[in-house]
Design a protein around this ligand. Structure first.
Ligand SMILES: Nc1ncnc2c1ncn2[C@@H]1O[C@H](COP(=O)(O)OP(=O)(O)O)[C@@H](O)[C@H]1O
Ligand SMILES: [Mg+2]
Length: 290
């Protein structure tokens, strides 16, 4: 290029001057265009940042609204659950004022009032367990001790309903770390459900095995079983098919299993029976019957 220009300049200095002028004008224009482009990029970048910030703000607002809506829904559900037994208790208590009541009716109405208030108390108790979610307090204990706790709690419940309650399998000294009381409560819920599902003479079995450093605790019954649409809703808080149920037993059991790093599964067939299986991690290498 230099040689070409030099050759041109030799040929015609005037044309060289013109060429330089044109070149300098073009480069000025180019610099101006570049400056304009840079300003445009800056302004577009600023616009993009503002749009991103707005999108983030809108997303956060949507999430907050969703949380508030869920809380509102939960509060409405809780209020409804509490109001139902309370309204019934108030109605019964109001009836007690009737001076013409026979003493038998008065006793019967008083019993119904207490019954509804007890249901209310149970509901509040279960809601607290459910809301707590996380299980506080952990200890190391043998799985067999948990089974012994359950035998003490569940045998009288089963005997009262003439149900045959069996404990099958022991875990050969396997150790678990967790909240023993919460776990016993969760398993008691499963056993209570099973006892309620069988007729007198039915069998409820609690079994424990350990495998691959996991405890597998199952509660099975030969009761009425469940249809797939009931199974699909089992763990929903407040889902119950019983008039005196709170519908929180299984929601709590699942919460406790998960808080221990475990899980809960179910298998059921109408008219045949049901099995709930809780799988929980064991304290490392304590599983000796694998
Ligand atoms: N072993 C079982 N056999 C048949 N139905 C069961 C069994 N366990 C649970 N269920 C069903 O699941 C529902 C929810 O159980 P749960 O959460 O413990 O609440 P609740 O016992 O207060 O009804 C029960 O109402 C019942 O319909
Ligand atoms: Mg229950």
């Amino acid at each position: 290029m230099d040689t070409l220009l030099a050759a041109d300049a030799e040929l015609d200095p005037k044309r060289l001057a013109e060429a330089f002028q044109a070149f300098s004008q073009a480069s000025d224009e180019l610099a101006a265009a570049y400056g304009a482009l840079e300003r445009q990029v800056e302004s577009l970048t600023a616009e993009l940042a503002a749009a991103n910030a707005e999108a983030n703000r809108l997303r956060e607002e949507a999430e907050r609204n969703k949380r508030l809506a869920a809380m509102g829904e939960m509060a409405a559900q809780l209020a409804h659950q509490l109001r139902t037994p309370l309204a019934a208790a108030l109605l019964y208590a109001g009836n007690l004022e009737n001076p013409d009541l026979s003493s038998d009716s008065r006793t019967s109405i008083a019993r119904k009032t207490v019954d509804r208030l007890k249901h209310l108390e149970r509901l509040i108790q279960d809601m607290l367990l459910f809301a707590r979610g996380e299980v506080l307090g952990r200890e190391n204990f043998p799985v067999d001790d948990l089974l012994t706790d359950l035998a003490h709690t569940c045998e009288p419940l089963a005997a009262r309903r003439q149900v045959d309650f069996r404990i099958a399998g022991r875990s050969s000294g396997a150790l678990m770390t967790g909240n023993r009381k919460a776990l016993a409560g969760a398993l008691t819920n499963l056993v209570e459900n099973a006892i309620q599902a069988v007729a007198a003479g039915g069998v409820v079995t609690l079994a424990a095995v350990c495998r691959d450093d996991q405890a597998i605790l199952s509660v099975s019954d030969n009761g009425r079983g469940m249809t797939p649409d009931v199974v699909a809703r089992l763990f929903e808080p407040f889902f119950t098919t019983r008039s005196d149920g709170t519908g929180l037993g299984l929601a709590i059991a699942r919460g406790v299993a998960r808080a221990h790093g475990g899980s809960i599964d179910v298998r059921s067939a109408p008219g045949v029976g049901t099995e709930f299986i809780i799988t929980l991690p064991l304290t490392q290498s304590s599983c000796r019957n694998a």
